[in-house]
Design a protein around this ligand. Structure first.
Ligand SMILES: [Zn+2]
Length: 260
């Protein structure tokens, strides 16, 4: 297989295999998989690979998730988490819904997005939601990189969040795609952040209809569930529509609580 096709296929596989597949603002990656099945255009001279510099070694992903990940809200209520924002179109919509329902959630922010939309970060904090660092650019392999690189990424992201909301408490860190390593959990801890996983994943990043999102969340939720959804990274209209049913339903059945 030609390197290009192999790359497209690899990107497609990564998107298929991970729960939090879409990065903040590269919708073009969603269109990558079809390219893998298309006939590759013949290229006359592939460049010899020995001229390209060696790629940095990535630590292998552990077979099992490392110890210490939080996937329980801490009480009977269900905790809502929204990843990959802030986004100027969708984040205000979910904030409006949460405010109208008098409940709060946790927002897992991308550093680049926080830098771009500081007023949204400020609103999230002002309205009493919790903050979670979700890496600078949604790096799915961040946990596999050298510890110094992990630390630099997390620090940079926190700086962007705090530039928008000075003194904001950033309680949590969530690795994109849930591709955790023990080293990364340790770095987050050294920076004062607790590792936040989830227990309910409706895969809304894959844009199923609102009905499916509602069904997946409601059938999987238990007391103390941590629900993963997205307020960025693509068209989130179905997530927004699902939340109009999910927020009142979950509040009635379990209560919607802050993570603790
Ligand atoms: Zn994510």
């Amino acid at each position: 297989m030609r390197p290009r096709a192999a790359l497209a296929l690899a990107v497609g596989l990564v998107l298929l295999l991970t729960g939090c597949g879409e990065p903040g603002k590269t919708p073009s990656r969603v269109a990558a998989p079809p390219a893998a099945s298309a006939t590759p255009t013949p290229k006359p001279k592939p460049r010899p690979s020995r001229t390209t510099p060696p790629k940095p070694q990535l630590r292998p992903l552990p077979k099992n998730l490392p110890a210490g990940l939080h996937r329980h809200s801490g009480d009977r209520g269900v905790a809502l988490t929204f990843d990959d924002g802030p986004n100027p179109r969708w984040t205000p919509q979910i904030l409006d819904q949460l405010r109208a329902a008098h409940v709060t959630a946790t927002f897992c922010l991308i550093g680049q997005q926080a830098r771009r939309y500081p007023q949204l970060v400020a609103r999230i904090v002002r309205e009493g939601h919790q903050l979670c660092n979700h890496s600078w650019r949604h790096d799915m392999n961040l946990g596999r990189r050298p510890v110094a690189d992990i630390r630099a990424d997390l620090v940079r992201t926190n700086q962007a969040i705090r530039a928008a909301a000075p003194n904001a408490k950033i309680t949590w860190f969530r690795q994109p795609g849930g591709r955790w390593t023990a080293e990364e959990v340790a770095v987050a801890g050294q920076l004062g952040m607790r590792p936040l996983h989830w227990s309910v994943d409706p895969q809304d990043w894959d844009r199923p209809p609102a009905k499916a999102i509602i069904k997946r969340v409601e059938s999987a939720s238990r007391p103390g569930s941590v629900v993963l959804m997205h307020d960025a990274g693509g068209d989130r209209s179905q997530t927004m529509a699902a939340c109009r049913t999910l927020i009142p339903d979950l509040r009635r059945r379990y209560g919607i609580t802050q993570l603790r």
